[in-house]
Design a protein around this ligand. Structure first.
Ligand code: ATP
Length: 243
């Protein structure tokens, strides 16, 4: 894998790398800091240069006949969660579709980007930001409650060890998904769903929908009980918060 001191975005760099060289093997890119770190829907991923966080992208070249994209972002969430739990964050859980939270604070974000031909080869980049050593006094420009592994566990985190653990977990969960589909991991995902049974608000581009979170279906879509009726919502542009 490649470690950079500074990049605009590990996802952008990783995508260029795998497209240009058309690597058959997976490529991992990490950076000390990013000048234009991105989250979903054009939002910013914040990680100051002194924070010693994990900024990680895994690039994969996927064949049309073997790839399985259903529920992928939720599967990546499971891999990140397993990694954080291994490093002592035993209370952590998932917020649909793929954010990891502990004590009501966000500790990790995931951004998947896909390019290419749906019927042929495509390039997938799995971007993962994890707050490792960032402490509350380091950064105040994040507009929602956040925390870091060091803050939660009181221990300084070895990034290399964590990155290796993350790669192992990604390998494990992506292989499981390729074998069984997301439906084989659905139950495990729901076991870690922090908002299961709670009243939530889902923001879509046109409206806000209030309902009780019932879990996810075999495609990884969120199941909400809205006015006594179950409805499903696929990830896309949606955002969820507690009511
Ligand atoms: P939300 O977290 O509001 O549901 P999202 O899942 O679409 O949105 P991401 O793409 O995971 O969000 O990340 C972008 C958002 O995460 C930003 O808008 C900001 O609120 C928050 N954020 C940015 N940097 C950090 C960080 N280092 N730690 C925790 N949260 C962050």
């Amino acid at each position: 894998f490649v470690l950079h001191e500074r990049l605009n975005s590990t996802n952008t760099y990783c995508m260029q790398l795998i497209q240009q060289a058309d690597y058959v093997r997976p490529q991992v890119v990490m950076a000390e800091w990013q000048t234009a770190g991105r989250g979903r829907r054009g939002r910013q991923w914040v990680s100051p240069v002194i924070a010693q966080n994990l900024l990680f992208s895994l690039g994969l070249r996927l064949q049309a006949d073997t790839r399985c994209l259903t529920g992928l972002s939720l599967v990546v969430g499971l891999a990140v969660l397993a990694t954080l739990r291994y490093f002592g964050l035993t209370q952590a859980g998932l917020k649909w579709p793929n954010d990891v939270y502990t004590n009501n604070r966000k500790i990790s974000g995931i951004l998947l980007e896909l390019t290419g031909n749906p019927t042929d080869i495509c390039h997938l980049v799995i971007g993962i930001g994890i707050n490792l050593n960032m402490m509350p006094h380091t950064q105040s420009s994040i507009e929602q409650p956040w925390t870091s592994l060091r803050y939660e566990t009181g221990q300084r985190i070895d990034r290399t060890a964590l990155a290796i653990c993350l790669m192992q977990n990604l390998h494990h969960y992506l292989a499981q998904q390729a074998q069984m589909g997301f439906q084989g991991l659905r139950h495990e995902w729901e076991q870690h769903h922090l908002w299961q049974g709670q009243r939530c608000i889902l923001s879509t581009p046109n409206q806000e929908i209030s309902g009780v979170a019932l879990g996810v279906n075999d495609e990884g879509s969120l199941r909400l009980l809205v006015n006594g009726q179950e409805q499903s919502f696929c990830a896309g542009e949606l955002s969820l918060r507690l009511d």
